[in-house]
Design a protein around this ligand. Structure first.
Ligand SMILES: [Fe+2]
Length: 413
């Protein structure tokens, strides 16, 4: 401060005082020395400062007005870029649906368009599986749509997957789609029904009870599967038995089992599964954790255990071996979180399904088909009949399922 005051004092007489009349005149007084010059300079500086303040104030006001508009323009530009990319990708790559968007509309659908579809002939000339990958971080598995060719040449299609153009082309190569079926209340098996109905508006829709409510509700025109609904036109070829529970017994849950009489094939969704020794091919479209590529056996064991909701305990090889050994594995999530809450209803349905003389099972995940007869099917559900099941977990493998139970309720285990 002191140095600043000294400098002002030293300069002020020279720059701000009018020149003394006693000073020698050397021609016209330079303008910069007129008494008004400092005032003019000060005034000019004040004007400049005021103008600057006005400009800044106007700028601030302008910013306040502009920000929302600029944000909207930015968002629109981003959206436009996304849609343009989306359109370009969809035009170039038939993995994507001709309608819709590559952006995953739901967590159960494919992530960022990794939706290669693998078609497999499961029973020659009659039943085909269409697999895609569903994923969340490093947990991923295959999801299967099943198509049955009826005797009239039309297709009965259960558990629709994402209707990418590749998927639709592979499907339509087999025949016209006449019936669409929602076989389960599980979101991943009904999420794509509405999109499918846009492509096949003339197809009849059949769905388990409760499907017209909640997330991914099916159209109200859907017929309800089960004893209270009308008899489906395909009933002569495919028999159907429905498991359905709802509050207050448990949360709403439904799964339909179908018996294809001609091929003695049992079609289910989630209740009975079989772990394949090697990863399903379609998982390569997502890779281990989102980068497409092969999956090692070690990674596959981890994924299989995680998908089955069995707690990992650094014994993946051993636990996988036991899980995959059973002829059929009851989905542990359903076993401990759903069936335990309604054992009588579950036992009645399982018993009635086991009355069909099937030779193989086609589920909506993991391996298909796999050999399984009614006796082996019942052995998998031994826990419902006070018997040992073909797979029994060790206590520490249940900790994750126990944490789920604490959220949703139900009997302790
Ligand atoms: Fe499922």
């Amino acid at each position: 401060m002191a140095a600043f005051a000294t400098a002002v004092t030293a300069v002020t007489p020279v720059t701000l005082h009018p020149p003394s009349t006693s000073w020698p005149r050397l021609g016209p007084t330079p303008r910069r020395w007129t008494p008004w010059t400092p005032m003019a300079l000060g005034s000019a500086a004040a004007h400049v400062r005021a103008a600057h303040v006005r400009v800044r104030r106007r700028a601030a006001e302008t910013d306040a007005e502009e920000l929302p508009r600029r944000a909207a323009v930015g968002a629109a530009a981003t959206l436009g870029a996304v849609l343009a990319t989306d359109a370009t990708l969809r035009a170039q790559d038939e993995r994507y649906a001709a309608l819709g968007t590559i952006l995953a509309p739901a967590p159960y659908k494919e992530i960022l368009g990794f939706a290669g579809t693998v078609r497999t002939e499961l029973v020659p000339g009659r039943i085909w599986g269409f697999e895609q990958c569903i994923a969340l971080a490093s947990v991923s598995t295959n999801i299967r749509m099943t198509a049955v060719k009826l005797k009239d040449g039309t297709l009965w299609v259960s558990a629709p997957i994402s209707p990418t153009r590749q998927c639709l082309r592979l499907l339509e190569e087999l025949g016209p789609v006449a019936h669409l079926v929602v076989p389960s209340s599980a979101l991943e098996h009904k999420a794509s029904l509405s999109e499918f109905t846009k492509f096949y508006p003339k197809a009849s829709i059949w769905a388990v009870p409760g499907s017209t409510k909640g997330l991914f509700a099916v159209p109200s025109s859907a017929q309800v599967l089960g004893s209270t609904g009308p008899t489906p036109p395909w009933a002569d070829e495919l028999e159907c038995k429905v498991f359905f529970v709802e509050p207050p017994v448990t949360d709403l849950f439904a799964e339909a089992a179908f018996f294809h009489k001609e091929t003695r094939t049992l079609l289910v969704t989630d209740c009975a599964l079989k772990l394949p020794q090697s990863p399903p091919k379609v998982l390569e479209s997502y890779g281990y954790d989102g980068t497409p590529g092969p999956i090692s056996l070690e990674q596959w064991r981890y994924k299989a255990i995680a998908f089955d909701f069995v707690t990992g305990r650094n014994q993946d090889e051993k636990d996988f071996a036991v899980l995959s050994k059973a002829p059929a594995l009851v989905n542990p999530l359903l076993r401990f979180i759903v069936y335990r809450r309604c054992p009588q209803q579950a036992a009645a349905w399982v018993k009635s399904v086991a009355a069909w003389p099937f030779q193989r099972i086609v589920p909506a995940h993991l391996q298909a088909p796999f050999d399984c007869n009614p006796k082996q099917f019942l052995e998998a559900f031994g826990f419902l009949f006070d018997r040992k099941s073909s797979w029994e977990p060790e206590d520490e493998q249940l900790s994750f399922l126990r944490s789920l139970r604490e959220i949703v309720g139900g009997p302790t285990f």
